[in-house]
Design a binder for this molecule. Structure first.
Ligand code: SAM
Length: 269
């Protein structure tokens, strides 16, 4: 069973037992401070990229449109605003991690370097950067730079002293043809039946992550019964996979339309 909770905006603290396997409709910046300290085993966060695409249409060779992230949720006034937002949610995420919890943050070249610096400055200790190598990346713009075929995941603990975190090394090895358990995961973009579309066939979410990515994250760094938090859940890939793998989830998402899609998705998960 799962629940949808609409954050009332008040200051009342949430009890973990009440929000386990829930989607909270609300702003993570307001909701996270109301979560109990030291309460989750794993965090996966896929924050806005602050992509700053130009307002004019970008076209590829051959004339097709470039469909970047143009959503309102990806817009910030400046790098300072973006960093302030990042510091606010990461401070709360660090607080709600159990002592041996780990955190995964995914981003592109637009944002991951800023986030990585902020994490290190805050005391997080980075265990790995895992490269998601897209086996079918979007072709490049006008041939003026390399085709961007990767995203970067930072996997970290709260601080350097944390040693007893979950790492299922046999699972990690099974993803790597060399058997070494390397930090490069070759996974296609989310497509086919997995991609959530509206009645007209348009993508419901511009950056829905592939289920295989979340499957690898949860299988390598959690155990059955663990609590997984995703504070900017989009269309709920984290919760859908957590449910399937018998992990508990807490998801926060501020857009009502996406939360509706999560509800539908969880019914089928
Ligand atoms: C990159 S997308 C996440 C996609 C998700 N991983 C998936 O597979 O569907 C980022 C999401 O963060 C949400 N978001 C942005 N700012 C937020 C905030 N302050 N509180 C809650 N959600 C937020 C956006 O609405 C967007 O859906």
């Amino acid at each position: 069973m799962y629940m949808m909770i609409k954050d009332s905006g008040g200051r009342r603290l949430y009890k973990i037992a009440k929000i386990k396997n829930s989607i909270i409709l609300g702003d993570a910046i307001k909701v996270l401070p109301k979560l109990p300290s030291g309460s989750v085993d794993l965090i996966f966060t896929d924050p806005p990229y602050f992509m700053q695409l130009p307002s004019k249409k970008l076209r590829r060779w051959g004339g097709t449109d470039v469909l970047g992230v143009k959503d309102g949720w990806d817009k910030f006034g400046s790098f300072e605003d973006y960093d302030k937002f990042t510091i606010e949610y990461l401070t709360q995420l660090r607080r709600v991690m159990k002592p041996n919890a780990t955190i995964w943050v995914i981003g592109t070249y637009h944002n991951i370097h800023r986030i990585g610096k902020i994490m290190l400055d805050m005391g997080f200790w980075i265990l790995n950067d895992v490269i998601w190598l897209k086996s079918n990346p979007m072709p490049n713009f006008l041939g003026v730079r390399f085709t961007n075929g990767t995203e970067t995941l930072l996997w970290a603990v709260k601080d350097k002293q944390v040693k007893k975190y979950t790492f299922n090394k046999s699972v990690a090895r099974s993803y790597d043809p060399s058997g070494l358990g390397m930090n490069v995961w070759r996974i296609p973009l989310c497509s086919g039946d997995e991609r959530i579309r509206d009645r007209s066939g348009n993508k419901v979410h511009s950056t829905q992550k592939p289920e295989e990515l979340l499957r690898r994250i949860l299988l390598t760094s959690t155990k059955e019964g663990d609590i997984v938090l995703d504070p900017m859940a989009g269309v709920g890939t984290t919760g859908a996979i957590a449910k399937r793998l018998k992990r508990n989830f807490i998801m926060i998402e501020k857009e009502k339309g996406y939360v509706r899609e999560i509800e539908k998705r969880l019914k089928g998960a």
